[in-house]
Design a protein. Structure first.
Length: 221
């Protein structure tokens, strides 16, 4: 396809595509006999969609996306590809964070997050961003003297474990590194707002069933 069709099918403007080509995020097309023209294939389209999601939805810098794409290409391992895209950060940054945490210790919340992970029997990398995120939440809960601790989150963790099985099954049937990465982005980035919306809808339903029409706050009989 020509660059005009690539732009139309990807939803990315021609000037932006040319910028990605110059910066090395997108590989050059195959030169044709016509002057200053090239042909682009489905791999270009898939890679461009992935770039658009990481830049437009994840709000990553072009340099960060370039490193992530490089890591995906080099790894060639399904688990590593999924992990890179889930964290959506350069691999060097992940390694740096793991080194800093090992050297400087960790907060009580992060320690409790690791306890929850152990209790669930999950196998995760020490540098996974979600460990720190969960630790930050647990620290905040402790600061306000909440009675919610890591043990209180175990029922949520078990439900999430079941959801994650559905997530990973979405990877089945993919062929090629870029398609696998695209599936991982779909699961980890694009579906998250849908899951949050579903939770909000379910909460509204349960609230209406329990509290609606009850003046004293007690559930209806």
């Amino acid at each position: 396809m020509k660059i005009s069709e690539l732009s139309r099918r990807s939803g990315v403007s021609i000037p932006t595509i040319k910028y990605y080509l110059r910066d090395g995020l997108l590989p050059q097309g195959q030169l044709t006999t016509a002057a200053n023209q090239a042909d682009y294939g489905e791999e270009h389209l898939r890679r461009l969609r992935l770039i658009r999601t990481l830049v437009g939805v994840r709000r990553l810098s072009v340099s960060a996306v370039k490193e992530i794409l490089g890591a995906i290409t080099e790894e060639g391992d399904l688990h590593q590809i999924f992990g890179i895209v889930i964290d959506a950060r350069p691999a060097t940054q992940l390694r740096k964070q793991a080194q800093e945490e090992a050297a400087g210790g960790e907060t009580a919340g992060v320690t409790d997050a690791r306890r929850l992970i152990t209790e669930m029997g999950w196998e995760v990398s020490p540098g996974t961003a979600a460990v720190q995120s969960l630790g930050d939440v647990l620290d905040a809960l402790s600061d306000v003297d909440s009675d919610i601790d890591w043990r209180s989150l175990l029922p949520y963790a078990r439900l999430t474990d079941r959801i994650s099985e559905l997530d990973v099954k979405q990877m089945n049937g993919a062929s090629g590194l870029l398609e696998l990465a695209e599936r991982a982005v779909l699961v980890s980035v694009l579906l998250e707002p849908a899951l949050l919306a579903l939770r909000r809808l379910a909460q509204e339903d349960k609230s209406a069933r329990l509290f609606s029409g009850s003046a004293d706050g007690e559930g209806a009989a």
